[in-house]
Design a protein around this ligand. Sequence first.
Ligand SMILES: *Cc1c(COP(=O)(O)O)cnc(C)c1O
Length: 381
Amino acid sequence: MSANEHAPIKPKITPIYQTSVFTFADLNELELYFDQPGQHYMYSRFGNPNSDELAAEVNKLEKGDGAVVTSSGMSAILTAVLTFCQAGDHMLCAEEIYGGSATLLNQELQRLGITVTFVPTEHTYNLASYVQENTKAILAETFSNPLLTVLDIARLAALCQQHQIKLIIDNTFASPVITRPLDLGADLVMHSVTKYLAGHSDVTAGVIVAKGEEAAKRIKQIVMYYGLNLSPFDSWLATRGLKTLRLRIKQHSANAQEIAIFLSQHPKVRRVYYPGLADHPQHELAQQQGKGLFGGMLSFQISDELEKVNAFMQALPHIPFAPSLAGVTTSISHPLRTSHRSFSPEKQEKLGITLGLIRLSVGVEEAEDLIQELDTALAAI
Ligand SMILES: *Cc1c(COP(=O)(O)O)cnc(C)c1O
C-alpha cells in the first residue's frame, strides 16, 4: 500500500517530499499538471511542495507577485540578473556589494557578454551619469557589508523608473521584517536564505521575489532551465527556520543596539558602524525605512596590529570566528581576510576595510552575556 492510500494522515506541518519525481495514474491526471499549474507536481527540478512552501512564505513576507527558491544566494543573484539582462546588456552595481556578487558580475557574467560598472552607493543617486544606452538593471543592497551603509531604496527606485532600468535589491542583511524593497519600488528582491531567513547556520539556499506577473514567471523558468533549484530537505529546514524570523530579528536588533552602544563607549574601540546609532550617517533613513529595527549586523574598528586582532579573537570563547552571518549564535568575521580578501589594497583602503575591522553578527543570546565576553576580550588587547 502506498502512502496516499492510507486513511487520511494529517500532519500539522508539511512533511519532507524527498522525491525527485511524482507519478501519474494516467494521461488525464498528467493533463491536470499542465492545466492547474502549482497544484500538481511532476519533477522536483520543476517544482516541489517543500520548495514551493518556502517560496510562498517569503513571497508573503516581501509582498511579491511570485517567488522561487534556489540552491544558494549566488544562484539567486544569477537568476535575478538573467531575469533582466542578456549578452550585450550593461548593468550597474553598488561598489560595496557582497564579494561573491561582485566576482560573479565582474568575472563570470562579463564572459557571457553582460558588462558591469561599479558605483559607490552614495553616487547611485546620480544615476543619470552612469546609465548607458544598454543599461538594463542595477544591483544594490539594503545594508552594505561590512560597513552598514543604508540604501535609500525609494529614492533609487524613483530614479530607476525615470531611466527605465530595473532595480534589484539584495535584502539579505535586513530581511523583510526590517525592510520590504518591493513596497519601496524595487522590481526584484533576493536573499541569501543561508543567512537570516533560515537563521540557524545549517542550510545554504537563496530566494528571489518578483514584482509583476512577467518577472514572476521568468524567475521560475530560469531556475528550472538552469537547474538552480533547492533540495526538498534544505527547503524544509529553511521553512522551519523562517517561522521564527520575526522573533529572531527583534532579538538580534535589540542585542545589536545594546552592544553597539557598549562598543561606542569603549576606549579600545575606534569606531562603530551600526545604523541604530545616532551618529551613523544614514541613521534617520534607517529608522524610517526599517520601522525602528536596525538588524543584527555591526562592525567596529580595533587596533590594526595583527597580534592584537588575534588576541581579541582568541579571547572570545563563546563567539566563534566564522566567515558567515545571521545565525542564532553570535559570531565574528574579519572582512579584510575573508569577504574582501581579493580586493586590491587601494580598494580595501578606499572602502575602509582595515586589519582592525571586526564584523559582528549578533545572535539571540542574552545581551548582557555577550557584552561581558566582548569586554573581557577588549581587556586582553
Ligand atoms: C552570503 C551572501 C550572499 C551569497 O549567498 P550564499 O548563500 O552564500 O550563496 C549574497 N549576498 C549577501 C549580502 C550575502 O551575505
